[in-house]
Design a binder for this molecule. Structure first.
Ligand SMILES: Cc1ncc(COP(=O)(O)O)c(C=O)c1O
Length: 470
C-alpha cells in the first residue's frame, strides 16, 4: 500500500512506470494507457471522462490492443517453444459475449465454454462472423462438473469436444451416443492431478480435494470403460490446477503428470492426441503481484511437456492451454462517477461510486485488491486516504479499502484497473441495478459491445401469477 504520509507527491501518474512490461499481465494499466493534455486518462486513444459522458456510468472500457496482444503472445509463444501442434483457447468464463468472442476468434484462438449459455454465445458470435457450425465447433471445448443431459445433447449436436468430468457424465454420454453409433462423440477426460498451488482456496481446482475431474485412483477404471465404448472418441486429457498463479513450478509439474497419464491412456488403446494444461497464469492487480510474463509461462509449461515426452520417447501431443484472466484481465478498466462522501472522524473517509459489488463481485467474494486512479485529474497529488464504497445495500460492498487519492468531489471519474476478467461475467443485478455498458476502444474510436441494461431489461423475466391479476 502506498503511504500518503511518506510519499506526498504521488499522483495517478505513479501508475505509469518508465519501463512497462510488454506482457499485458505484468501491467496495472492497459498497454495504450496515457495521460493526455487535459490531464485525463486516455485508453485506446479515447479520453476516459469523455467516454463516460458519451456512454454513461459505470462503464467497462476494454482496450482492444491489449487483448489482441495477449492473444498473440500466447499463440506465438507456443509456436516458438513447442515443436508440436498447439492451440490456445480462451476460457470464456472470464468474459463471454459476442464482442470478446469475435476479437479472440480473429486472433486464431479457440474457446473453452462451461455451460449451454456460453456455448450458445460463442457459436452465435462465430456464426455472425461467417463461420460454419462445424468450423466453430472444432475450436470449442465444453467443460463443467454437472452438465445437464440437455447441455450434453446440445454439445453433441454441434460437434464440439466435451471435456468429461465424472462417471455420471460418461454414462450419460454413452446413452446419448447409442443414438448415433456411426458418429462417436469427441471427448477428453479431466483429471485432478493432485497439484497444490498457492492461490485463493475458491480458485484452486487441481488439488485432490476438488469438485472437478477424475481422481488418479479412478483413472485406470475410466480408461478401461472408455476404451470399451465405440460411441466415445477419447482424444485427450485435461487438467486445470487453479487461477491467479504466480509460480511456474505447478504447471511444470502438471506437464509431467499429464504426460505420464497420457502414456498410460495409450496403453489402454485410447486414441489420445491432445493434452490440455488448463489456464491459471496470474495478473498484476497491485504492485506486489509479480506474475511471470506470458512468454515465460508458456516456455516453462511447453518445455515440461516436451521433456516428459522425450524421456518416454513419445510423440508430442497437440498441446492446448486455456487461459482466461491473463488474456483479458488487464485490458479493461471500469469507470465510475463519484457521488457521496462520508467522513467518520479519526476512523475512515468513505467515497461512494455509482456501481459496486454488482459489477465487480471479486472484492466481496475473494477479498481481491485493486488499484484506482482519478481519470479526470491524473496529476493531482494524493491528499487523503479513502475507502471506495459501492452503492449497494450491503456494508461489505467496498471496492477498495484505504487507497490514496487526490481530493475528490462529486462528479469526478474514478477508474478501477484490471477489471476484464470475472467482472462482467460474474456481475449481477443485486438491488436491481442495471448492468453497465461496455465499449471497445482502439485508435481513438469507441465501439459499444454491450448495451447498458434498462429498467425494462431488469423486469423482462418478471410475470405476475395469473391468480393475482384481476
Ligand atoms: C477449467 C478451467 N480452465 C481455464 C480456466 C481459466 O483460468 P484463468 O482465468 O486463471 O486463466 C478456469 C478458471 O477457473 C477453469 O476452471
Amino acid at each position: 500500500m502506498l503511504s500518503t504520509e511518506s510519499r506526498p507527491q504521488l499522483s495517478g501518474k505513479h501508475y505509469f512506470t518508465s519501463s512497462p512490461s510488454t506482457s499485458p499481465n505484468q501491467n496495472l494499466l492497459p498497454l495504450t494507457a496515457k495521460i493526455n493534455e487535459k490531464d485525463a486518462l486516455e485508453i485506446g486513444g479515447c479520453d476516459v471522462p469523455q467516454l463516460v459522458e458519451q456512454f454513461g456510468s459505470p462503464l467497462y472500457i476494454l482496450d482492444e490492443v491489449t487483448l489482441r496482444e495477449a492473444c498473440r503472445q500466447y499463440r506465438d509463444s507456443f509456436r516458438k517453444y513447442y515443436p508440436g501442434e498447439s492451440q490456445v483457447i480462451y476460457a470464456s468464463k472470464a468474459w463471454s459475449c459476442f464482442g470478446v468472442c469475435a476479437v479472440v476468434a480473429s486472433e486464431d484462438l479457440g474457446f473453452d465454454v462451461v455451460s449451454g449459455g456460453e456455448l450458445f454465445t460463442t457459436l452465435n458470435a462465430l456464426e455472425q462472423m461467417g463461420w460454419s457450425i462445424a468450423d466453430a465447433a472444432a475450436k470449442i471445448y465444453f467443460h463443467g462438473n454437472n452438465k445437464s443431459v440437455q447441455e450434453l445433447e446440445y454439445a453433441i449436436a454441434t460437434g464440439c469436444t466435451i471435456i468429461v468430468d465424472n462417471w455420471l457424465e460418461l454414462q450419460n454420454l454413452v446413452k446419448l451416443g447409442a443414438n448415433s453409433p456411426d458418429k462417436p462423440i469427441r471427448i477428453m477426460l479431466r483429471l485432478t492431478p493432485g497439484i497444490e498451488c498457492h492461490t485463493h482456496e475458491y480458485i484452486r481446482t487441481g488439488h485432490l480435494d476438488s469438485k472437478f475431474g477424475f481422481d488418479p485412483h479412478q483413472l485406470e477404471g475410466v480408461f478401461t470403460y472408455v476404451s470399451q465404448q465405440p460411441s466415445l472418441n477419447c482424444v485427450g486429457l485435461h487438467a486445470h490446477i487453479g487461477s491467479q498463479i504466480f509460480e511456474r513450478q505447478p504447471h511444470q509439474d502438471l506437464g509431467g503428470v499429464l504426460v505420464e497419464w497420457f502414456e498410460k491412456g495409450l496403453t489402454y488403446g485410447l486414441p489420445l492426441t491432445e493434452l490440455n494444461i488448463g489456464g491459471g497464469l496470474g495478473i498484476r492487480y497491485t504492485e506486489s503481484d509479480d506474475p511471470p510474463s506470458i512468454k515465460e509461462w508458456v516456455k516453462a509449461a511447453a518445455q515440461s511437456v516436451v521433456k516428459a515426452c522425450e524421456a518416454r520417447q513419445m510423440a508430442l501431443p497437440k498441446i492446448i492451454a486455456e487461459p482466461g484472466r491473463s488474456l483479458i484481465g488487464t485490458a479493461c478498466i471500469t469507470a465510475y462517477t463519484i457521488g457521496s462522501r462520508k467522513v467518520v472522524p479519526e476512523i475512515r473517509t468513505y467515497i461512494a461510486v455509482d456501481g459496486g459489488m454488482s459489477d465487480n463481485p471479486r472484492p466481496i467474494t475473494y477479498q481481491s485488491q485493486y488499484r484506482v486512479a482519478l481519470a479526470n485529474k491524473m496529476s493531482a497529488p494524493y491528499q487523503e486516504t479513502v475507502t471506495v464504497a459501492g452503492k449497494h445495500c450491503e456494508s461489505g460492498d467496498i471496492l477498495i479499502k484505504e487507497t490514496p487519492l487526490p481530493e475528490t468531489e462529486a462528479g469526478d471519474i474514478l477508474v478501477v484497473m484490471d477489471t476484464g476478467a470475472y467482472n462482467y461475467s460474474m456481475a449481477s443485478n443485486y438491488n436491481r441495478l442495471p448492468r453497465p455498458a461496455a465499449v471497445f476502444v482502439n485508435n481513438g474510436e469507441a465501439n459499444l459491445f454491450l448495451q447498458r441494461e434498462t429498467y425494462v431489461d431488469l423486469t423482462r423475466q418478471d410475470c405476475l401469477p395469473t391468480r393475482l391479476l384481476k
